[in-house]
Design a protein around this ligand. Structure first.
Ligand code: NAG
Length: 277
């Protein structure tokens, strides 16, 4: 009896706190979900922790945006802001995060080349990152393994990027950029798979970057060539881009090809202030 009770209790803890108690030593220690880098860590808009259960999201005022009958997950947004869309699985546990960008933006963002990374949802394109197998998200038969959050998969309607958890396992799709403290070592990509250099065409710029610290993936983000209004977004000026790229693409300084950027740093653990690369 006692044993059964213990098992039940631990299962409860496991489902509820899957992020906190990783089952497997090889699993990443992703114990948070924070968005938005800022120079001032005391500004509550910066490094803000987002809910990782549907129950917590609802209690904090997040509202259902779309559900498993329409998209891959039960998605929640705060105050109508689709810059950070939380994706919960059928059990109400965080399964990923998405951002929506409106259609008809200047510079035709997102370009035809990168559109496969997005989903066309009629009024907007969304880009989604999953922390579990995307196929599992709306399944009512979720296994214990599937709620842990031990993957990073960017999945759109025509392309999927399965991101290495260890820096040493990165494939040649990714080009190393610079280390920036409180972020990590950045990696960028040319959607064609060739090295990202300063001559990359604006249409080939993959709107995703990766962040590694001590050789492990503990963050990533979006980089949209679009001036988006949400306070979640950061807007790095052209003058600082050299801090993130080894070879800064030239198109950033060509006003006929790009304008103000909107980026979003997404942290998977609670200590971005110690991201020293
Ligand atoms: C899911 O969304 C559909 C379409 O908007 C709606 O009809 C349905 O009631 C929703 N289900 C839940 C559980 O919210």
């Amino acid at each position: 009896m006692k044993f059964e009770l213990l098992v039940l209790l631990s299962l409860n803890v496991f489902y509820g706190q899957a992020f906190l108690f990783s089952q497997n030593k090889a699993d990443p220690n992703w114990n948070d979900l924070k968005v938005t880098w800022g120079i001032n860590p005391f500004d509550s808009n910066n490094f803000q922790s987002l809910p990782r259960t549907q129950a917590e999201a609802i209690s904090k005022g997040w509202k259902l945006e779309k559900n498993c009958s329409q998209v891959n997950g039960n998605r929640y947004i705060l105050n109508g802001d689709r810059a950070s869309i939380l994706i919960f699985n059928a059990r109400g546990i965080i399964a990923g995060i998405a951002s929506a960008v409106p259609k008809n933006l200047p510079f035709n963002f997102p370009s035809q080349k990168i559109q496969p990374l997005f989903n066309d949802e009629g009024d907007a394109y969304t880009i989604s990152a999953y922390f579990v197998d995307p196929v599992s998200v709306c399944s009512s038969e979720l296994s214990a393994k599937q709620v842990t959050g031990d993957k990073l998969i960017i999945k759109g309607q025509g392309k999927e990027l399965n991101v290495a958890l260890e820096q040493k396992d990165l494939n040649s799709f990714w080009t190393q950029g610079k280390c920036f403290r409180t972020m990590g070592v950045h990696y960028w990509a040319n959607i064609d798979g060739s090295e990202l250099n300063e001559d990359i065409s604006v249409d080939n710029f993959t709107p995703v970057f990766l962040l590694y610290n001590k050789g492990k993936l503990n963050g990533f983000g979006w980089a949209f060539i679009a001036d988006l209004p949400s306070r979640r977004y950061e807007h790095p000026g052209q003058d600082v881009l050299g801090m993130f790229f080894n070879q800064t693409p030239k198109f950033f300084s060509d006003p006929t090809k790009s304008g103000r950027l909107s980026t979003l740093h997404i942290y998977l653990d609670s200590t971005p202030q110690f991201n020293f690369c």
